[in-house]
Design a protein around this ligand. Structure first.
Ligand SMILES: Nc1nc2c(ncn2[C@@H]2O[C@H](COP(=O)(O)OP(=O)(O)OP(=O)(O)O)[C@@H](O)[C@H]2O)c(=O)[nH]1
Ligand SMILES: [Mg+2]
Length: 340
């Protein structure tokens, strides 16, 4: 099951208390204070990992508590530090503090770690309070408590290109044809129920990631079909590819399909309409007399949109699409790097 949000409680370990004791030994009169410091509490740490693809585990286990530090001991012994708890989450997980709504971290790279709850500090033992005027202090510090909080986690996949289209438009067939991802393909709507990522190798040493998300229908923003919640997984893409089925027996006009898709995107996040995009006219092997393709192409010329007629089955048109997508992704990365 693909789960892209979760709410969990994290509690870091408390710091151990300092100790109060005095050296008691035969022939050592007034041995002096020797209470050791308490150990630090363990942290709760998030680690982004490519080996984890959903937040499902965090739905089952909602409470995570790190170990507390041990108390200080006599003979100046430091209490041991508490063990950390490491929680593995998918790359693309956004962590927010529930109470304030503040974003703690956006884990965007494999192996990236972040302490989401810091362990308490161990208290000082009485040996630390000895001074020239107070050689037998009885003071010691308690440890400080570890941070505890509820966190809201949201997974927003990281891809370069997002595929948007009606159910059956051929999104999964396309991603299967251009990458090693193989989501289910079938001739009924809503075959794809969760997002899939595919890595496309398009030139020597160059690759980009494509996201296939469940199909959209008119009224998806009102909850029709599978709704629009999956659109969050294309929010971070550099480029969108609208897939429009131009098969002759499809009733809907391709321009209406395009308009409907744009409306649904706008209802979810208006900034998605500003995202660079291209249009793919799919299934040209079944286009019949070609009048739909012609209408779509004329419209694209008029609006100055890039349009790629293709068939994922015969592979016609795929090389041109990949070259365009690959270069557009590279250009976007270059402009991001120069801005930073
Ligand atoms: N003739 C032809 N059929 C295609 C082509 N691409 C996809 N199809 C067929 O169209 C149907 C739907 O394809 P999918 O790839 O599952 O469509 P989808 O957009 O992923 O659909 P959902 O997951 O339901 O949103 C399947 O029967 C495919 O075999 C194509 O280029 N030519
Ligand atoms: Mg699909």
């Amino acid at each position: 099951m693909f789960i892209d949000h979760a709410r969990i409680f994290v509690k870091a370990g408390d710091g151990g208390s300092g100790h109060c004791s005095f050296r008691r030994e035969k022939f050592v009169p007034r041995g002096g204070p020797n209470g050791g410091d308490g150990g630090n509490g363990g942290n709760v740490i998030f680690e982004a990992s490519n080996r984890v693809s959903t937040l499902l585990d965090l739905r089952y286990q909602r409470h995570y508590t790190a170990q507390s530090g041990e108390r200080g001991q006599k003979a100046n012994c430091h209490g041991s530090n508490g063990l950390n708890v490491v929680i593995y989450v998918p790359v693309g997980t956004l962590v927010k503090i529930e109470e304030t709504g503040e974003t703690l971290v956006d884990l965007i790279a494999d192996g990236q770690t972040f302490v989401v709850a810091e362990g308490g500090k161990g208290g000082k033992g009485n040996a630390r309070f000895a001074t020239s005027t107070n050689r037998g202090p009885r003071e010691f510090e308690p440890g400080t408590p570890g941070v505890e909080r509820w966190l809201n986690l949201e997974l927003k996949l990281l891809a370069d290109v997002g595929l948007v289209g009606f159910p059956n438009a051929g999104k999964s067939t396309l991603i299967s044809a251009i990458s090693s991802a193989h989501p289910e393909v079938a001739s009924y709507p809503f075959t794809t129920l969760r997002p899939h990522l595919g890595v496309v190798e398009w030139a020597d040493d160059s690759s980009f990631v494509v996201a296939d998300i469940p199909g959209l229908i008119e009224g998806a923003h009102e909850g029709k079909g599978l709704g629009i919640q999956f659109l969050k997984h294309i929010q971070r893409t550099a480029l969108l590819l609208y897939l429009i089925d131009i098969t002759e027996w499809i009733e809907q006009d391709p321009l209406v399909t395009f308009e409907t898709l744009r409306n649904e995107l706008q209802a979810f996040d208006p900034t998605l309409l500003e995202r660079p995009f291209a249009i793919a006219a799919t299934k040209i092997d079944s286009q019949g007399d070609g009048h739909k393709l012609q209408a779509l192409q004329d419209y694209c010329v008029e609006q100055q949109y890039r349009c790629f007629p293709l068939s994922a089955v015969t592979r016609e048109g795929l090389p041109a699409l990949l070259t365009y997508l690959g270069q557009a992704v590279l250009e976007n990365k270059a402009s991001c790097t120069s801005k930073c």
